[in-house]
Design a protein around this ligand. Structure first.
Ligand code: IVH
Length: 592
């Protein structure tokens, strides 16, 4: 009886964790809110009756379900110390490493080198006992780290159980947790539009997310993990080749990088390094070099370690993605939501082969936070394809000029306002402001909104400047003749766009809501709103008290939605889109 209750609780926890993942991470809820609530209540009742089966990582312990206990992170002692790596930064220093290995192992057969990516994230140790993930910890000082088990369980690519044969009873797997660049950009964009603090780079974002007391925050921040090594092994054996260990990890369900190569000669290693340097800008995660490891674990043992690093491995770093340059000027741009964004115009510099001449400053408060002035010498950083950022000010030229924050919108000339609780200033002229209109149109046609192909930023800019499009609805009335006047648009492309616009008229309620670009309404909130109100009329008539009943909507966001829906211009555009243009969607039934 007890066993079957335990199984039931475990199964419910697994199922609900899966639903949470689908909902928070993929924005693709698999069940309706009411079905989810029924299951979570069932689990809550069972856990209350059988408290010994209540796990701290249970979905019932997440915010939004019931309060989490506010412990600080506990310390974990690493029985096998978590070492760091020595670095080399150029070909000659690498060749010196390679030669030292060959010299020291002169009596060995041909030495194999396992070449891997050097992920720029956070080192994590995972401890599996009897196949089950029982503990995860950070590296800390190498001897003592912090227990982050509950947060690590929120990383979808890390299995809770290992599958397969000959898995040691105690197996410690080590690897790197990191944040995808696309997700990093998304959360910083969201933080920016809601006036929150932005992360300076994906590594800080990953580290910050993992050290959260509330694992549900980790769940919302899309992290991933890659295994690159072994720690403690007891009650079983592992192969004596590093790459074979990685293959075993993969067979057991652990994530292993596909960019791993076994090299026999120094030229092969150098070729791997060059190849990965070329691949780097195309990856959706940051790497800062490659790691070269002697593959044979017995030879690794023979070579040994110095205090902080093994003598059998080295990090061959890529050239720094940071450069020093001068701020020539500060421009101000207005985004979709009207927020004024300062952009630093820089003395052009090349960072890893890309010429950088501007960097974002996020919002007007960043200017005072950094204390930046025109003429300052600054360090700038480029991480993957993330917009370059100013990291710090390192000095100034004799002539520095104070940055004057505009009081009028640079696009439409209306007075800018600082709203309560916001870090920057914004133009409140709505779609009458050409900059906001361009931003709104870009959002309206984007993949997660109405997904209209054949129209990009350049066409939108021309359409707005020629005044062919003054609001979202005008897009659907464009003629082939008007479109053919646009630069880079022939009659064929114009016809294609008209067809795509026609196709986009059939959509879903949540996409339509998301496409309207209401401030703070991301895809998930749009799905929740659609599922809750079911019809546009019901939403249009909802008051603040009705709106806060929707999952994820508090009073501030409810106020913003109401404000948007009360604005006469917005009401009119929505009316035209539905009545005149004929945008339709399937009625909401059950699942959505
Ligand atoms: S091996 C004993 N392999 O780099 C060897 N480390 O700068 C220990 N890192 O703390 C590490 N990618 O967090 C190894 N493929 C890789 C790696 C990697 C990233 C990190 C790791 C380590 C740091 C040292």
């Amino acid at each position: 009886m007890i066993d079957s209750i335990k199984d039931k609780i475990t199964n419910l926890q697994i199922l609900l964790r899966h639903y949470q993942y689908q909902y928070h991470m993929l924005d693709q809820p698999e069940v309706s809110d009411s079905e989810y609530d029924l299951l979570i209540n069932e689990l809550r009742v069972l856990e209350k009756e059988y408290p010994k089966f209540l796990m701290t990582d249970s979905p019932t312990q997440c915010i939004g379900s019931s309060p989490m206990s506010r412990n600080t992170l506990k310390k974990v002692y690493h029985e096998v110390p978590m070492l760091s790596l020595d670095n080399v930064i150029d070909k000659n220093s690498y060749l010196a490493f390679h030669k030292r290995i060959e010299d020291e192992l002169y009596d060995s057969d041909q030495i194999r080198f396992c070449c891997e990516l050097k992920f720029d994230g956070l080192a994590v140790s995972l401890l599996y006992e009897d196949r089950r993930l029982v503990r995860a910890s950070t590296r800390g000082d190498g001897n003592n780290g912090e227990n982050i088990t509950n947060n690590i369980r929120m990383i979808k690519s890390i299995p809770s159980y290992l599958n397969g044969h000959n898995i040691p009873k105690h197996l410690e797997v080590r690897g790197e947790a990191f944040m995808f660049l696309s997700h990093f950009k998304k959360i910083n964009y969201e933080a920016l539009s809601s006036g929150h603090k932005v992360f300076s780079n994906p590594r800080n974002a990953a580290a910050g997310s993992l050290r959260q007391i509330d694992p549900c925050i980790t769940l919302k921040r899309q992290l991933s993990f890659i295994c690159y090594g072994l720690g403690l092994v007891e009650g079983g054996t592992m192969p004596t080749s590093h790459i074979k260990c990685l293959k075993k990890f993969r067979d057991w369900g652990l994530p292993v990088s596909e960019h791993t190569r076994l090299c026999y000669t120094r030229d092969e290693v150098l070729e791997f390094y060059d190849q990965m340097k070329i691949n780097r800008p195309f990856l959706d995660y940051d790497i800062d070099g490659v790691v070269i490891k002697v593959d044979d674990l017995l030879l690794q043992k023979k070579l040994g370690c110095i205090t902080h690093a093994p003598r059998w491995a080295v990090a061959f770093k890529f050239p720094a993605q940071e450069k020093i340059t001068t701020v020539r000027d500060i421009d101000f741009q207005v985004g979709r939501t009207g927020v004024l964004t300062p952009v630093a115009k820089l003395e052009p510099v090349s960072i890893s082969g890309v010429i950088v001449s501007s960097a974002t400053l996020y919002n007007t408060s960043s200017i005072s936070r950094l204390g930046i002035r025109i003429g300052d010498r600054v360090t700038i950083r480029r991480a993957g394809d993330v917009i370059p950022q100013i990291v710090s000010i390192i000095g100034s030229n004799a002539q520095r000029y104070e940055v004057i924050i505009p009081i009028f919108c640079p696009a439409c000339g209306s007075v800018l306002k600082r709203e309560k609780g916001e870090t920057g200033v914004r133009c409140t002229n709505g779609l009458t402001c050409s900059a906001q209109l361009k931003g709104a149109l870009k959002h309206f046609v984007s993949r997660r909104a109405l997904n209209i192909h054949g129209i990009g930023e350049k066409i939108i800019t021309q359409l707005v400047e020629k005044k062919y499009v003054k609001n979202l609805a005008d897009l659907f009335n464009l003629t082939i003749t008007q479109l053919s006047e646009m630069e880079h648009m022939g009659p064929k492309a114009a016809q294609y766009l008209v067809d795509q616009l026609e196709k986009a008229k059939k959509t879903t309620f949540s996409r339509f809501l998301y496409a309207l670009g209401i401030s703070n309404i991301g895809q998930t909130t749009a799905v929740n709103l659609a599922a809750h109100f079911k019809t546009l009329d019901a939403l249009m008539n909802a008051n603040i008290d009705d709106l806060i009943l929707v999952n994820g909507i508090g009073r501030v966001v409810a106020g913003r939605i109401r404000h948007f829906l009360d604005e006469e211009n917005n009401r009119q555009v929505i009316r035209i889109l539905i009545k005149d243009i004929g945008i339709t969607w399937m009625p909401m039934v059950g699942l959505y």
